[in-house]
Write a protein that binds this ligand. Sequence first.
Ligand code: NAP
Length: 285
Amino acid sequence: MIVVTGATGHVGSELVRLRSAKNGSVRALTRDPRRARSMRGVDCVRGDLADANSLPRLFRGADRMFLLTSNSDDMRALQVNSIVAARAAGVAHVVKGSALGASDHSKSPIGKAHYEVERALQESGISWTILRPHVFMQNFLDIAPTIAREGRIRSPSGDAKIPFIDARDIAAVAAVALTAPGHEGKKYVLTGPEALSYGDVARIIGKAIGKPLEYVAESPEETRERLVRAGAPPSMIESTLALAAYQRAGGPTAEISTTFEELLGRPPRSFAQFVQDHASVFRGA
Ligand SMILES: NC(=O)c1ccc[n+]([C@@H]2O[C@H](COP(=O)([O-])OP(=O)(O)OC[C@H]3O[C@@H](n4cnc5c(N)ncnc54)[C@H](OP(=O)(O)O)[C@@H]3O)[C@@H](O)[C@H]2O)c1
């Protein structure tokens, strides 16, 4: 049985859907089972990864785990708690949702935290696969109401080209790595099929909804002020600005990975496909 953490999120909900569609044994974790309404027929358990003492119950009977939580300041602690509980329960393989550029010298606090969890997993003795995806297309769903209201997309990434990936494709790779042999000890960089600038993104969404969108290339200071006003946590703000600086510098952050196609035998979803699939959300419906 696969324990899916982050089961109500962009990646985890799709992973639960994929496993359920194949009648695979899966246990979905959430702090709020009401959020799991759409997961009918799934073994959905309430649990908070911050509460280490409660975790043995959640992992009982599990042999594999998908590990992912949100970008909270306690991400590292939550994920290390999960690894400790998984090990105690006899989980044999863990697939961790990490991030491109996870490193001990990353200027992004989130990139650093991911690296520290990767290390903890590698030192746990459990077999592992690490997924390092690029920026999620679904980030634009999260800000769709603002895009619809303002008719603008804002970013500190300038004209940088970014190979956005659909979170559904990350889930598809996770499903393979959790259920087929041969992915042990592998780190997979995952990207979409093309590198696009935020200006390209604005054009594609605008075309799909029949309303041109403006792209506003913000300075780092403008982005910082906007995110502070929105109440974003400091680690999130620093990580956003660090990532944008890496993207503006070009190089590896624009490279397309062929891993998805090699593992799944089909190309990853394009940004145009993603927008088509969610056109009503972008129209503000
Ligand atoms: N967005 C990007 O562009 C991007 C790019 C690369 C990597 N990533 C990484 O991907 C991850 C986010 O993935 P996502 O967008 O699929 O997630 P998401 O939609 O933000 O959902 C986060 C999930 O974490 C769960 N969670 C958070 N705190 C928890 C706790 N204390 N106990 C139990 N569950 C908890 C939430 O469950 P409940 O709320 O239901 O309890 C939810 O299911 C982050 O680690 C991020 O660094 C993101």
